[in-house]
Design a binder for this molecule. Sequence first.
Ligand code: GRF
Length: 185
Amino acid sequence: MKGRGSNMRAIAEACRDGLIEAEVAVVISQADDTQAVESARALGLEVAIVSHKAEDYGPQLVKTLHDAKVDIVCLAGYMRLLPSDVLAEYDNRVLNIHPALLPKFGGKGMWGMHVHEAVVAAGEAESGCSVHYVSENYDEGQVILQLTTPLEPTDTPEDVATKVLKLEHQAYPMAIQKVWESLNG
Ligand code: GRF
């Protein structure tokens, strides 16, 4: 679901509960009217709206991240390739979560229910999620952490989506803490 923001919420709660030794400096969204923005405000987080339609979208993102003194950028439900300005500025510090066990079921077109439909169609015995570094190509950066769940032959794509999303909410905070330790260790 577009703009649901459940991973953002899981990350913010993990920071609040001390599972991640960092804090959410800013939540950036391209639209104001999403569930993600609503949850972020309810959690008392700083929110910035930056439209991808702006001509200087990349520089605006970089400025917003700099202003908030961001160290690690976490994409969650980000549906396009990140402007190269951000990748250049945050080399090896941009993370994404994908709802499958990369390198399988990744790449262009593999998003949302398409991923889980492909997993079921392939008769996979397990699925899971992957937190990975972001590169210039979809879902190709180095994997930081994966969590897996067994699948039943009767599982529908919706069942797989539910199982995987639950894992995502554990995996993303764990991966951020791992990266945080590697940067500050
Ligand atoms: C998640 O399934 C994530 O793996 C994918 O987009 C979805 C975002 O969900 N990249 P949410 O907005 O965090 O609930």
